[in-house]
Ligand binder design. Structure first.
Ligand code: ADP
Length: 459
């Protein structure tokens, strides 16, 4: 399966899982709420039945107050002129009925005590709400408010209907409910679901992390395989050039006329030798891949006279590039003469950095090599080359990375030099970083700690 399709499928699965989790949680909340409503609904209803049964209930005075007020309102109703008046009238009557109702002593304390005795939640607010109201004028029923006349009860959506009362006097008919709204209802329900919630969120989190890591890995693999393809193309080109040069050179050597010109033969044999050396270097570098595939490069450290080491390497580098105009400046600040390093690998590190300083330059290379040995060894290689953009600096130490895709024909390379450098420096427990300004130049700084090196002092 292509990575993109695999990612899309996994993403779909993750989204589905998250949706299922949310659905299950909301379903669970719904069921818990129903259980809550059932349990508390029954308790509250029982308490209300007990309350209504208890003596000293002032229902008579309440109904008398209703009747009295209704009678006065019927007189007013007969004098109403317009529809607007009638609407305002309905509103006022309703509000006043509500006031009379809510002014009477509420059963709150009784219900709270009842719930407390049963050891359940007692924190609630309550109120009376009129559900149906008529004024009665002889045989005529004047609806002020009923199920057929819609009214807003949105603030009661979570409340429990504790008890329903109906009463009919001479001048009115009313149905009203007593509602109880538990303040911490949601909290209590979520509290009961806490383990499920934690598990659900942990599952989502784990799945998301696994998904992220898988995608990251997949993309990395893809990048690596792209880089490998680049590398193979690049390597093929690199190997072909010296091979074809050698092929042309050898065919000229088989030419009788040519063999008589001693100078030309010498020239050709030097060319073949040079190309041969180049081929060997290339093949060595490719063979080194076996080292990189392992987690850790194996070092063979030994005490190295640091000044001699650098002077010799820089001199042979100068000889190798004697055909080119280039200047290498050296600067040493050494507290110790000997340092324990892997001589062979460090030679390659130095060569790779110096070669890059020459390769990636459009003017006469001015290379400054600064070596300081104190508690640690610091090697700084500064050039005046083309520089590396900030974006590219992130990748230059990656395996097979080469900047300016397709440019390998102009500047040779396999994209392995800096990767190799980094591996070797890391194996020495050191680090390397780059500072560069495009167009101005690049400075690579290597730092290798020299702690506990008994044999590294002056000898
Ligand atoms: P290669 O030189 O074979 O391409 P390296 O790993 O040595 O591979 O370098 C990776 C990339 O980093 C190069 O392609 C080049 O773009 C950039 N680079 C390395 N050293 C320098 C330098 N001194 N100046 C400018 N660019 C550099």
């Amino acid at each position: 399966m292509k990575p993109r399709i695999a990612i899309l499928f996994s993403l779909f699965a993750v989204v589905l899982l998250v949706l299922i989790q949310f659905y299950s949680i909301s379903e669970m909340y719904r069921i818990k709420r129903e259980q809550f409503d059932n349990q508390y609904g029954n308790l509250v209803y029982t308490s209300m039945v007990n309350y209504n049964r208890s003596p000293n209930q002032a229902f008579d005075s309440l109904f008398y107050a209703f009747d009295n007020y209704a009678r006065q309102m019927i007189i007013q109703y007969e004098q109403l002129q317009s529809d607007d008046d009638e609407n305002a009238f309905r509103q006022t009557v309703l509000e006043n009925f509500s006031k009379i109702l809510n002014n009477q002593k509420k059963p709150e304390e009784f219900v709270r005590q009842f719930l407390k005795n049963r050891g359940v939640e007692t924190d609630f607010r309550s109120g009376y709400y009129i559900q149906e109201l008529y004024l009665i004028n002889f045989d005529e029923m004047i609806p002020l408010f009923s199920d057929t006349i819609p009214h807003d009860q949105s603030d009661l959506s979570e409340a429990l209907q504790a008890y329903s009362y109906t009463s009919e006097g001479n001048y009115y008919r009313i149905r009203y409910d007593y509602f109880i709204d538990f303040t911490h209802k949601s909290l209590i329900i979520y509290g009961e679901m806490v383990v499920t919630l934690i598990l659900a969120f942990a599952t989502i989190l784990i799945v998301c992390i696994v998904f992220y890591l898988t995608v990251k890995n997949l993309l990395l693999q893809k990048k690596l395989s792209d880089l490998k393809t680049d590398f193979i193309n690049n390597m093929t080109h690199e190997l072909k050039t010296p091979l074809s040069t050698i092929a042309v050179a050898t065919s000229s050597l088989s030419d009788e006329k040519f063999l008589k010109q001693q100078e030309r033969v010498k020239e050709i044999s030097t060319l073949i030798k040079k190309q041969n050396r180049h081929l060997t270097q290339l093949i060595d570098r490719i063979l080194d891949i076996s080292i990189w595939e392992k987690d850790q490069v194996k070092l063979e450290k030994k005490s190295v006279h640091i000044l001699d080491f650098f002077k010799e390497r820089l001199d042979s580098f100068r000889i190798e590039y004697r055909d080119l105009e280039l200047n290498i400046h050296e600067d040493y600040d050494l507290d110790k003469d000997y340092v324990k390093i892997d001589e062979v690998h460090m030679t390659t590190v130095l060569n790779n950095l110096l070669t890059n300083a020459v390769k990636y330059s459009t003017r006469t290379p001015e290379i400054h090599v600064k070596v300081s040995v104190k508690n640690s060894m610091t090697i700084q290689i500064q050039d005046n080359g083309i520089g590396i953009s900030r974006e590219e600096q992130k990748y230059i130490f990656d395996k097979f990375y080469r900047s300016g895709k397709g440019d390998f024909k102009t500047v040779k390379g396999l994209g392995l030099g800096l990767y190799y450098v980094k591996q070797i420096i890391t194996a020495h427990s050191g680090d390397i970083h780059v500072v560069s300004q495009p167009g101005r130049g690049t400075t690579f700084t290597i730092n290798i700690p020299l702690n506990n090196e008994h044999s590294a002092g002056r000898r």
